[in-house]
Design a protein around this ligand. Sequence first.
Ligand code: PLP
Length: 499
Amino acid sequence: MSRISRQISLPFIRIDRRDARPVYEQLYEGMREAILNGRLQPNDRLPATRLIAEELGVSRNIVVIAFEQLLMEGYIRSKAGAGSFVEAMDAIPPAPRAGRRPLPGRRVEGEFVRRLNEVVLQRNIDREETAPFQTSQPAFDAFPFAVWSKLAARVYRYLDFQHLGYEDAAGALPLREAIADHLRVNRGVECDASRILIVNGTQQALFLAAQLLLQPGDQFWIDDPGYVNARFTFLLHGGVACPIPVTGEGTDIDYACQRYPNARLAYLTPSHQHPVGGTLPLAQRLKLLAWARDRRLWIIEDDYDSELRYRGKPIPALQGLDAHGNVIYIGTFSKVLFPALRVAYMVLPDQAVFQSFRSLKALNDRQSAIVDQLILTDFIKEGYFHRHLRKMRSIYSARLQCLLEELETHLSEYLSFTDPAAGMHLAVYFKRPVDEDRLLQAAADKGLILLSLREYTIGACRRPGILLGYSSFPEDKIRQAVRTLKSIFSSLHPLPKIS
Ligand SMILES: Cc1ncc(COP(=O)(O)O)c(C=O)c1O
């Protein structure tokens, strides 16, 4: 029954010293391959490890390690005193000879996947580049990494082992308390830690909200232009988008109420409309809240960058005016710290709603990673967060001023804009018709990243333009980039002015 005797060698095993893989791995893979492709047959007896070692000119230990791995994975078995044998065939799945071929008809499919394929945004999947005028990028070089790493070292040094098991799905309580204190004082949010849920970015908050609040076929209000990731998340869950025009003061609430009275959910960025700017005035806020109370409309308030305001005080959140528990508030550290941190939070209106979100979060990913939450807690409690915010406001404000001046000097013939005094990017509008595809391509060729407002729009773009991110570029880079943009505009031979 044993076809490989002590004398038979394994000629198909090759050890290549230039190969980056360790020798035991090469041996293990060579034998595994031979078993899977049938060169070694079930019940074949393998040569003794000492013989293989001699033949290959390697230490016996290396062969033993490879054998142990094969044994552990069930490719071979060993019998005391008799040697090692290839495992019986029915225990080993036969592998295709030339790579993997999926079984016909076996795909990820269904209505949800169809929608996913429709809405997925490639730029959310790929790594984002940093080049002018990339949007949503904080000035990473201004982040106090020395402080952060000092706090991180301290957190690790004194880490209570109880944190290493599964924690409360709602997030670390000290962080939720620190956030509650911050929101009450700085954002006018009515909250305490018991209704705050830590999530992996606004994106997860939107997912949880879509899953809990929307039934397939439910209408949702979404600004047009508006935040694409919110729109796509609600669409993915079967929602029906109701595009609401945006005025200079944000979402047109009157239009929304008249046109889509039966909507179940409204997604808004009232403090700073995304992506074009504007702040929802008090009268509109009160109208919206009264409508939500009467119509049982859920309002998702995405307060993503309201702390980045360069004149006057940040506008208090809509949530603070809501007396009937219709607003779900979302904040994020992606803009004020850095996106890869993936820490955001939701303030839920009451305990019952909070518990539903907390249960869904638990089922979704158990909890957010704990160590960063603990570092962030200290970062906030020890005053570094507010210091950092002040510093970023001053850096971004100077960069915005520089961009406005440069645009005024070099591009006012082609572009119109107003000072938003907030945020991390500027929306600028074309004064003359422009072939946008050519513009974007020419910019990309010259190392500029331009985002068209078309990307944020559901129907035809009423006011065509582009977004210019400035937050992560020092003034000299902004000056240079505006000059490059000017050369692109002048080379595009725009048509006569729009009347
Ligand atoms: C409107 C809006 N909300 C929230 C975010 C932040 O998302 P997250 O917290 O998932 O990083 C962004 C990022 O660009 C945004 O534009």
